[in-house]
Design a protein around this ligand. Structure first.
Ligand code: PLP
Length: 644
């Protein structure tokens, strides 16, 4: 084969590439793909190949294949995913735990098991009776995945004989829950001495069957007094989702603050990291650290493979159709800015319209407003009702032939409202508009399936998904991404550079200019593994119950105004306490070790819509327990006792 010469005098790059491939194929040390000498093959296929090459050059067996190498010559495997109260090192040393023996344990998603909603790898060496997990996975019954239908997984709490995903016939959790809630009902009878405050709405929660403001003086005294056994209403104990055990996977949650155990209720701002994520990042720097995609040496291969494995994990997590649809960015903010600066700048013209919702974080307002100002676009806003719910009929009125983009959040960070995302997308597409979903607050609480949602783009931040800061994801439909101009430019994103012409890579590399945040992308992959193993549906159901529990108790406290009372909510309880500034409430909670956010939560328009400038915002995650909620509620009651 010969190479053509370009008009700049250099050989044609494609011809060179073909030549190189011919050469590699002809080399004696090319290995069949199935040979793997390393337990970490899922993350390091190319590194394994290089290691094999180095170990076995000129040493073929009688079939012309490479004989198995001594695994002790290979680097240690990356930390297998463990979580659930057992550290990877505990699994790898001494204890011959199944995860340590199973070669793909560090890889997370197992294609052979993709039907298992739990993500647990059955039929390998996992002992179901001793799975080294604090989380009882009811998706596995007698070692087999339970047949979960959508109803049984997603149905709201009810007494209709359906079982929650973490529930078995023998542990009738719903009955316990009903008992817990009826106990609260009997403790908090109708309240007459505390009228509804100015802006409070009377709309009820779908899980509350009585006036949530109802209470009687006696129950208040009981709660605030020492005689009340607060644990009595804590019937979530013995819950098969063992949050207390899961909590042990998060070293920072063992911290004390002001001498009290830390209660982390600032999850909407950022989440804490499990040991498996911390270990994975440390492992990268100890064994894999290299720049990626650009060198033929072993560490470059390890780092590149681990980075691309993380992309595959995110792809599976979001159910994207290709890993090419997953672009690593700094976070949700950068993802939105990327779309505004590329697709937006390229395609939108004066008079075009962009729709956002009133619920948006500033990250999903400011880039669009700037673009609108720059290009003479019109920014239109979907209003919400007094509970903080999107008004779909008003949205319908905003859509027209000039609408080019609808950008909205799936969960409000300030109120916790879950928006009807699929419906919003459908309506936008029917009007011919593209859609960007801000998934920053949704991916850690619910299954987000980009194919099912059919959004054109979706963004989220790793640090809100139990992963590292400085890394996030822009999902985009592949064709669309490839039509978009690059965002930043430089190394890594080009196919070919001359002074006359530049050819860009296709997505995702086209949007990953320069050296990216390699270690943290890999850390995000480990976080995705962790969440996948717990099971996002089980997480969502547990958090839903915890939010009900906390909401019920918070609303019973006189002087509390809950802000954001949508029917569908996740994680967030925004409130004001009469007689106190939000900072005073935050400080009082901090004195008890409870970390909450106070302020405008980078969502000023929605707070102003609700008639306030700031709120106190506890936000829950799956490692929070009812004890955490009790500590929080008790502190608010104490404050109330002083000032009323
Ligand atoms: N969108 C929402 C709904 C958020 O809550 C946040 C952060 O709080 C963001 C976007 C921005 O995320 P980041 O700061 O990680 O880019």
């Amino acid at each position: 084969m010969s190479t053509n010469i370009n008009n700049n005098g250099l050989p044609n790059i494609d011809d060179l590439q073909n030549l190189a491939n011919e050469l590699f194929k002809a080399l004696p040390n090319e290995f069949p793909k199935e040979i793997s000498l390393s337990p970490d093959k899922a993350e390091h296929p190319r590194a394994t190949k290089i290691a094999e090459t180095i170990l076995h050059t000129g040493n073929l067996d009688q079939f012309g294949q490479i004989p198995a190498a001594n695994p002790s010559n290979l680097p240690p495997a990356p930390p297998a995913f463990s979580g659930f109260g057992a550290s990877p090192s505990a699994l790898n040393h001494g204890n011959t735990g199944a995860f340590a023996l199973y070669p793909n344990a560090g890889a997370g998603f197992d294609p052979q098991n993709k039907n298992s909603s739990s993500g647990v790898q059955e039929n390998h060496d996992l002992n179901i009776n001793d799975p080294h997990t604090g989380f009882h996975d009811v998706n596995l019954k007698n070692g087999n995945p339970a047949q979960l239908n959508e109803e049984s997984v997603f149905s709201p709490l009810s007494l209709n004989n359906q079982y929650l995903p973490f529930q078995t016939e023998n542990s009738s959790f719903e009955i316990e829950l009903q008992a817990a809630l009826s106990f609260v009902d009997t403790q908090f009878k109708k309240r007459e001495d505390f009228p509804l405050g100015g802006n409070e709405t009377t709309s009820s929660y779908y899980f509350l069957d009585q006036n949530p403001f109802a209470f009687d003086k006696r129950s208040t005294d009981i709660i605030v007094g020492n005689s009340f056994d607060y644990k009595e209403i804590n019937l979530f104990k013995g819950h098969p989702f063992d949050a207390a055990s899961v909590k042990k996977d998060f070293p920072i949650l063992k911290e004390t603050v002001n001498g009290k155990p830390l209660v982390w209720f600032d999850n909407a701002a950022t989440t804490q990291k499990p040991q498996s994520v911390i270990d994975r990042i440390a492992y990268f720097y100890k064994h894999e650290n290299s720049n990626i995609h650009r060198a033929a040496h072993e560490l470059a291969a390890r780092a590149s493979d681990a980075y691309e494995a993380a992309r595959e994990k995110v792809k599976a997590f979001l159910n994207a159709s290709s890993a090419n649809e997953i672009v690593f960015v700094r976070g949700a903010t950068e993802g939105i800015n990327l779309v505004a600066s590329t697709w937006g700048d390229q395609n939108l013209n004066s008079g075009d319209e962009i729709i956002v919702s009133n619920l948006e974080h500033h990250a999903n307002i400011v880039p669009w407003k700037r673009l609108a100002d720059k290009k003479g676009l019109k920014l239109r806003v979907i209003p919400v009702d007094d509970d903080g719910q999107i008004l779909l009929d008003e949205y319908a009125k905003l859509l027209n032939s000039k609408t080019r983009l609808v950008a909205f959040t799936q969960v409000s960070n300030a109120l916790g409202t879950i928006t009807p995302a699929k419906k919003i997308v459908e309506m936008a597409h029917a009007a011919g508009a593209k859609v960007l979903i801000d998934g920053a607050q949704s991916v850690s609480h619910m299954k987000v399936d980009v194919q099912q949602l059919n959004s054109d783009w979706l963004v989220f931040s790793g640090h809100k998904l139990f992963g590292p800061t400085g890394i996030g994801v822009l999902y985009g439909k592949e064709d669309l991404l490839n039509e978009m101009q690059p965002y930043q430019s430089g190394g890594n994103m080009i196919q070919d550079v001359t002074f006359e012409e530049i050819k860009y890579h296709k997505a995702p590399n086209r949007f990953e200019a320069g050296t990216g945040n390699i270690a943290d992308a890999i850390g995000l992959g480990a976080a995705v593994d962790y969440v996948t193993k717990l099971g996002i549906e089980a997480i969502g159901q547990y958090e839903h119950n915890l939010l009900e529990y906390a909401t019920r108790l918070l609303k019973e406290i006189p002087g509390v105004r809950l802000i954001g009372t949508a029917k569908d909510k996740a994680s967030v309880l925004s409130f004001n306490l009469q007689g106190y500034s939000n900072d005073q409430v935050g400080q009082a909670l901090n004195n008890e070790g409870v970390a909450v956010r106070t302020g405008h939560h980078c969502a000023q328009p929605i707070l102003r819509r609700m008639g306030v400038e700031t709120t106190v915002r506890p936000s829950l995650a799956f490692y929070n327990t009812t004890e955490d909620v009790d500590t929080f509620i008790k502190t608010i009651w104490e404050l109330k006792k002083v000032r009323f």
